[in-house]
Design a protein around this ligand. Sequence first.
Ligand code: GDP
Ligand code: MG
Length: 184
Amino acid sequence: MGGREEEEGGEEYLFKIVLIGESAVGKSNLLSRFARNEFDNNSKATIGVEFQTQVVEIDGKEIKAQIWDTAGQERFRAVTSAYYRGAVGALIVYDITRRSSFDSIKRWLDELSTHCDTAVARMVVGNKCDLENIRDVSVEEGKSLAEEEDLFFMETSALESTNVQTAFEVVIREIYNNVCRKAL
Ligand code: GDP
Ligand code: MG
């Protein structure tokens, strides 16, 4: 599902992007901020909805980003291969106020690479940057992890809407560039 299909009058782009990371880091809120500009204080697992499709424009082309959110199964480290199947982008999220969620990023990257090939556009996202006063992971640590692993990195706040749009758009643009390179 990283495809480009010829339609009459143009191409269609549909990119599957997955959200992964420990429970309660803010994955669902990043998605609702991006897709609906909403924030929800109740941390309830998404019920019934597997993904949301958001249309973005890049280079004058309409791109459908199909963004997948977990329904709480990450709590049991039981994200299925169906969740990852066909993904061409991933946001691997931790909570800057909870070090254990940062420490597990490598495990999530491993899991991602067992299910998807290496061409997946990946960004490490340090969420909840509005909570500076109780920060537990420095910006530098986030950056250097991302550099080590050759990933994009950004700190976000789903609450204050900081960098959320940008984070998704950087990943979408990278996927778009990958598809274009492949087509050459
Ligand atoms: P998920 O389990 O990773 O999907 O996390 P949720 O999106 O359900 O969020 C877990 C909790 O963190 C909820 O109580 C949210 O209100 C809170 N939360 C999510 N994003 C932010 C953020 O950017 N800043 C703050 N302060 N809280 C957040
Ligand atoms: Mg969730």
